[in-house]
Design a protein around this ligand. Structure first.
Ligand SMILES: [Zn+2]
Length: 408
């Protein structure tokens, strides 16, 4: 491996571009002796000219972009204990792979292929400037970027929205009243409602704590979202409302009550008692009856069950006869995978969907039902109306469109 990646086989010599930074030239083999421009008046002038030219090789914007790229690469290297300067081509390959896996809140790539190329140019520029070989010139790096560009060319851009009836259908296909399947079904139903009713990003849903929730007698459940981010900025967290459903099958609070009840049961130490109580909870499942405390009835859980800072959505483990709920929170990636599996089980094709489809679905469904931009901004916790416009353009071309007022 080491041989294959030896810096020498990039075949790129940066000595020529490295003029003016003699101190680092030793890295690629020092010239026999350092020329002194003062031996000759003309050479001295030329040295000044060349320094002036160097300062103008990069425009201000390019320089800024390269600096940003370099900071990004350096922090990647620091995270993984890799040497950034000079970097090994293998490190650059990993960096490209890392950039290719970063996604924004839409599930779309955070780094476009053109951006990845620009970041690599920044890494290359720093190496060449300091007199090192350019590790991004390595064939394996170039191949990786080319492959990525090809792959991206056929990828759908946006995750499609899941509407209310889709969510109901996916949840209805789960085995809620079976042991042990009902345990993960309870968690997944709660997660789907958090994504759809709460319009939550997967990272937000995954980072919720039990104490992020508050039972509200009229509203259903209040969820404080983004507390960690808010801590940094010194702002209050956003509050998301999960309203009581008009029927139990569309009731997000019911799903949350059922799941947290099971989380409570998971705390029973004795395995047999725990299993017996879990089964009792699952076998009592009845989708025609509210368990969320709507209209003053007693819910499955009370405020005392929400006192803990433990994660709300947990990883679950099961085999044929036992189901366990871990203390650790579920990851955003696991939520994404869960949705794909649940959609397949409900007979739907999951390929164009991700967890973000629930948030996009909230916006789309609300708009179709007549919600204003202001209402959607509040639910989705957006500060700019333009963001809502993006969803409208993608999924609701008929919304706020005069074609709908032609009396056709
Ligand atoms: Zn309910």
């Amino acid at each position: 491996m080491t041989d294959r990646w030896s810096v020498g086989d990039t075949g790129v010599m940066s000595v020529v571009s490295g003029i003016g930074r003699r101190t680092h030239l030793a890295a690629v083999g020092a010239p026999p002796r350092i020329l002194d421009p003062q031996i000759d008046d003309e050479l001295e002038e030329l040295e000044e000219v060349s320094r002036g030219l160097e300062a103008h090789t990069l425009s201000g914007n390019t320089r800024k972009a390269y600096d940003k790229a370099w900071r990004s690469f350096e922090s990647f290297c620091e995270t993984h204990s890799l040497e950034p300067l000079p970097a090994h081509p293998e490190s650059v390959r990993w960096y490209v792979a890392w950039m290719s896996t970063q996604v924004d809140e839409w599930g779309s790539p955070r780094f476009a292929t053109a951006t990845i190329r620009q970041y690599l140019a920044g890494v290359a520029s720093r190496h060449v400037r300091d007199g090192y070989l350019d590790p991004t010139g390595h064939r394996a790096v170039a191949d990786l970027v080319r492959g990525l560009a090809k792959l991206r060319a056929v990828r759908p851009k946006r995750k499609r929205p899941l509407l209310r009836d889709d969510v109901v259908r996916i949840i209805a296909a789960m085995d809620h009243d079976a042991y042990p399947d009902g345990v993960s079904a309870a968690r997944d139903a709660a997660a789907l409602w958090l994504g759809f009713a709460g319009a939550m990003r997967r990272s937000e849903a995954a980072s919720l704590r039990l104490k992020s929730l508050e039972l509200h007698p009229q509203d259903g459940i209040h969820v404080r979202v983004g507390a960690s981010k808010a801590d940094q900025a010194g702002e209050l967290p956003d509050v998301v409302v999960l309203p009581f459903g008009s029927t139990p099958s569309t009731c997000a609070p019911c799903a949350v009550h059922r799941w947290i009840r099971l989380v409570g049961v998971a705390g029973i130490d004795d395995a047999r008692a725990r299993r017996r109580e879990t089964m009792r909870q699952l076998y009592a499942y009845d989708l025609d009856v509210h368990v969320c405390g709507v209209e003053g009835a007693a819910g499955l859980i009370s405020s005392a069950d929400l006192a803990s800072g433990a994660p709300l959505l947990r990883a679950t483990y099961r085999n044929r006869k036992d189901a366990r709920i871990h203390g650790d929170g579920i990851s955003g990636d696991a939520l994404h995978t869960m949705l794909a599996r649940r959609m397949s089980e409900a007979g739907m094709d999951p390929s164009a969907y991700g967890f973000h489809s629930l948030r996009a679905g909230h916006v789309t469904q609300a708009r179709r039902n007549g919600a204003t931009t202001e209402e959607i901004m509040r639910a989705g916790r957006w500060s700019r109306a333009e963001t809502v416009d993006v969803y409208d353009r993608e999924f609701n071309p008929a919304a706020r469109n005069s074609v709908m007022r032609l009396g056709l």
